[in-house]
Write a protein that binds this ligand. Sequence first.
Ligand code: DGL
Length: 277
Amino acid sequence: MDKQSPIGVFDSGLGGLTVLKELVSSLPDYDYIYLGDNARTPYGPRDFETVYAYTLQSVQWLFAQGCPLVILACNTASAKALRTIQQRDLPVMDDPSRRVLGVIRPTTEVIGDYSESGHIGILGTAGTVESCSYPVELAKFFPDKFVHQLACPDWVPLVESGDYLNNTVADPVIRTQLVELLAQNDDIDTILLACTHYPLLYPRIRAMLPPDIDVVTQGEIVAESLVAYLKRHPEMQQRLSKAGEVSFFTTGSTDQFEQGATLFWGAKVKANHVELP
Ligand code: DGL
């Protein structure tokens, strides 16, 4: 195959790297293009129309790079833009056989199995929590489980700024939200980090919670779901190029992206700048 047809992975910033890392680990032969809209992060406090418009621009840009498949590695974009893009935009595009997938559906398909008490805590952005996507989707697969949600509006800025590396700054911000979530119900035994930025806070979160509370991140869940999707869709699997290359693009500063991404990726990351309309 001479033309690259990578899997596009999109997030409002650095968070989607936590998903990309697991995708590359599970499906290392494929090519990937990561796009972080760091210039306009965070998406969490933005209204539906804005998140939809930014996400659509990003998806169109990834399509223009040759991606037949795009993963919205962002809960906020998955909650606010995915359905409209799938149902309204994709069918009228020049190539309607391209696909866009999100992270909420694969997560809600399995997260109920993690909880014995039946009480699941969901931590996400204001946009994700207000959309009620998690309670609505989870009820389809696990009607007997209870969902307790909380928005953590300060957590994405904590990650994007790099302040999460400073425990003195990060710990009080993280602790306040955990206390507030657990106050909603004594039986919460599973906490889902329903924002792809939050796994960067995982060690701090884990250390603050009792060991009998399971803290679940989405990367592996999404990767497993993509493996299954590609098995079910050999026509897509065959379209994707497989040179094992990963490239990184940001709408923000490449220096800042490289600094944050390299730390997380564990190897030097070279970022390219892109302007979206
Ligand atoms: N990583 C995005 C998510 O999963 C963060 C959204 C934001 O920019 O607020 O929701």
